[in-house]
Design a protein around this ligand. Structure first.
Ligand SMILES: Cc1ncc(C[n+]2csc(CCOP(=O)(O)OP(=O)(O)O)c2C)c(N)n1
Ligand code: SF4
Length: 288
């Protein structure tokens, strides 16, 4: 997609639904939107069928605001809760088979670079912990060690939420779940550690307690992937259904988990730091 594909022909405009016209005129395409602008522009994601109060949905909404160039982005997802919302957004979405996301994204990104040599096209994988580190582990690792130029975002709800509560590699040791009644035997996988071993240029761990920080993290990850290679964002996005978190307490849980074991962390290579500083300096100047 590009901005031009989205813009309707003047003769057709009056027949288009108001939502479409709003997106073209007041959407985030072609202009960088900030979390502080929320409510003043048309977001790419407005309706979704996820559970009420699900923190994953909040993260996904903020993730879309963080995209530096939504009109030139393709999202890749798979089975799991996140795709229920991601596929509703006005950003192209490819549904990879469960476990295939990072292989699909590798081919897609390479193809887009050949097809559009003068227009950066961002590819972003966003899917569950099960899809990435259990069934998708091989594809994930190989994309990282090959430094494929796209971002992987793990929606880490520490369970298979969409299929009713099986343990994943990201579930904490000892955790009893509906379909793991004896408690998980092994430790939570250290995927941030694996990303370090693969020497990714940008790695972050985040909880959606600070909306501006989530958007900034995603933006940085996508910009660095465009220039240097694979980047990784791991987001705690609790499953209030499988973890029995009452809806009003979802954010309380997010703050507690952040304080106890999921603190914000950003690991940026020197070259990525210099590159981001340059871009962020320009952004600040443009704001003045
Ligand atoms: C090849 C394959 N195996 C299994 C499934 C069934 N399946 C659908 S969603 C899912 C689990 C999703 O868990 P996760 O990836 O952690 O995402 P969540 O739903 O928790 O966000 C599974 C096993 C499938 N769709 N395809
Ligand atoms: S099952 Fe869990 S992760 Fe999935 S939409 Fe519901 S609360 Fe969110």
């Amino acid at each position: 997609m590009s901005l031009e594909t989205l813009r309707p022909s003047p003769a057709l405009k009056e027949f288009l639904p108001i939502e479409y016209k709003d997106l073209v005129e007041h959407g985030p395409y072609g202009k960088n939107k900030k979390v502080s602008d929320m409510g003043q522009f048309k977001e790419v994601l407005e309706e979704h069928p996820m559970c009420a109060g699900c923190a994953m949905t909040l993260f996904i909404r903020l993730m879309f605001i963080g995209l530096p160039c939504p009109e030139h982005t393709v999202m890749v997802g798979t089975a799991g809760c996140g795709r229920l919302a991601i596929s509703q957004a006005s950003v192209p979405f490819i549904y990879g088979n469960y476990g295939d996301t990072n292989a699909v994204a590798s081919g897609l990104k390479r193809g887009l670079e050949l097809r559009f040599p003068n227009q950066p096209k961002d590819v972003v994988v966003a899917c569950g912990d099960g899809g990435l580190v259990d069934i998708g582990f091989q594809g994930l690792m190989h994309s990282w060690f090959r430094h494929e130029k796209f971002t992987t975002i793990m929606l880490d709800n520490e369970v298979y939420g969409n299929t009713g509560g099986q343990e994943s590699g990201m579930t904490n040791q000892g955790k009893v779940l509906k379909m793991a009644p004896r408690g998980k035997k092994d430790e939570k996988m250290d995927v941030i550690g694996l990303a370090k071993v693969a020497k990714l240029d940008y790695i972050a761990r985040v909880v959606p307690t600070n909306p501006a920080r989530v958007a900034r993290t995603v933006r940085r990850a996508v910009l660095v992937a465009r220039e240097f290679g694979s980047t990784y964002v791991q987001a705690y996005t609790s499953c209030n259904i499988e973890y029995s978190i009452p809806t009003p307490d979802v954010m309380k849980d997010a703050f507690e988990v952040e304080n106890e074991r999921y603190g914000f962390e950003e690991i940026i290579s020197d070259r990525a730091k210099a590159y981001l500083q340059e871009i962020e300096k320009k952004d600040k100047k443009a704001k003045k």
